[in-house]
Design a protein around this ligand. Structure first.
Ligand SMILES: [Zn+2]
Length: 382
């Protein structure tokens, strides 16, 4: 996957590769030969920024239009915020450290999440027809707003590379024992769409994964025996499903049975990812007051986590060789840092987002318990 190393702000002789205006015919250009004219400069406190004129639509733009920090009053916050979110900081804690308003951290976290969704979409596009490893599928369990509104998140991950191949939410009803008071409270909740629940989520994930498998080959899926996986993947002609249900385990500290060891070995990549999510993200810790309020915001931050897992974090920190999952699957040749992840702005009309990711990108996956759900509808902000 081609991805520049130098942030666009630091490129001395920047040449726009396409027109940033989504309505322009040159917006979708992939090849060289975009026609533009230099159109002066403007000055900021730090530097002078070149402007350009598109010779097709006759509209102007600047080098900053191609930066992830375009239109920001405090562009310097983006990088430390990404690192702080990934280091387990909650929004208000980060705001205190960075000396900004907590609403700023929330807005920038959403921007980072959208960027991560587009970068992940581009990575998957580059992996089309190249998936050459078994994929471990499990749903990570969490909730939005309160534990009365639980949902799972499908996290397909490569069994050898540990590359995260996607995220897909599966809202479902609260399970387990409930008291009378809890049942009464839940009756009063507004209706929440499930979008197929576990089955819907599994179907969408399988569709995405099958498109990555080389033609004529079947997808090798490793599942934990969830009924939805059996129902959707069990009889699928293009999927070979290996089941590893969690066996009954003895009290803490007792030796693992043979089945338990086989299950833990097969599901390791997924168990590790889920442990990393709980360890590195403030809102997924147990018993926290920083829990996620809205499914959409949770998925934005999880998309950022997936990009960090795939491109920034080494596959294993104990292993001396610096190898990331993206290097394992052949998408990168070196370890990336946050500066590199954010080196270019991505435009939603130029990337192929899956329908569910497009819904999350535009914040159309709402949380009905809130009277207001802000959508992402700004015309020029991507
Ligand atoms: Zn144009």
């Amino acid at each position: 996957m081609l991805w520049p190393r130098t942030p666009v702000e630091r490129v001395q002789l920047f040449r726009p590769p396409f027109c940033p205006w989504p309505e322009c015919a040159e917006h979708h250009r992939r090849s060289r030969g975009y026609r533009f004219r230099h159109h002066g400069t403007y000055s900021t406190r730090r530097r002078s920024v070149p402007r350009f004129l598109c010779l097709t639509c006759r509209r102007t733009f600047s080098r900053q239009t191609f930066s992830t920090s375009y239109y920001l009053k405090r562009p310097e916050l983006l990088l430390p915020l990404a690192a702080a979110l990934q280091a387990g900081g909650a929004l208000r804690q980060i705001a205190r450290t960075l000396l900004c308003a907590h609403s700023t951290t929330a807005r920038l976290a959403a921007r980072l999440g959208r960027h991560a969704m587009l970068l992940q979409a581009r990575a998957l596009e580059a992996l089309r027809g190249r998936l050459a490893e078994p994929v471990v599928l499990a749903h990570f369990e969490t909730f939005e707003f309160s534990q009365d509104l639980p949902f799972g998140i499908a996290t397909p991950v490569g069994s050898r590379s540990w590359f995260v191949y996607g995220l897909d939410p599966a809202p479902h009803a609260r399970t387990g024992r409930r008291t009378e008071a809890q049942i009464r409270r839940m009756r009063g909740l507004p209706h929440r769409r499930a979008f197929g629940g576990y089955r819907g989520s599994t179907t969408r994930v399988l569709r995405a994964l099958i498109s990555l498998v080389p033609e004529g080959r079947r997808l090798h899926l490793i599942g934990d025996g969830h009924p939805a996986y059996d129902a959707v993947a069990g009889s699928h002609p293009l999927v070979r499903l290996a089941r590893f249900p969690n066996p009954k385990r003895g009290p803490r500290g007792s030796p693992r049975s043979r089945e338990a060891m086989a299950r833990d070995r097969a599901m390791f990549a997924s168990d590790l990812l889920h442990a990393l999510v709980r360890h590195t993200m403030a809102h997924h810790r147990r018993e926290t007051i920083a829990f996620g309020r809205r499914l959409n915001a949770l998925l934005e931050r999880l998309a950022l986590m997936a990009v960090w897992r795939n491109f920034v974090k080494r596959r294993s920190e104990r292993h001396p060789a610096p190898v990331t999952p993206a290097m394992q699957v052949g998408l990168a040749v070196e370890v990336w840092d946050w500066r590199r992840v954010l080196s270019r702005r991505l435009f939603p009309k130029r990337e192929s987002l899956s329908p569910v990711m497009a819904k999350l990108y535009h914040r159309d996956w709402t949380t009905p318990i809130y009277p207001r759900n802000t959508r992402h509808r700004l015309r020029h902000a991507c």
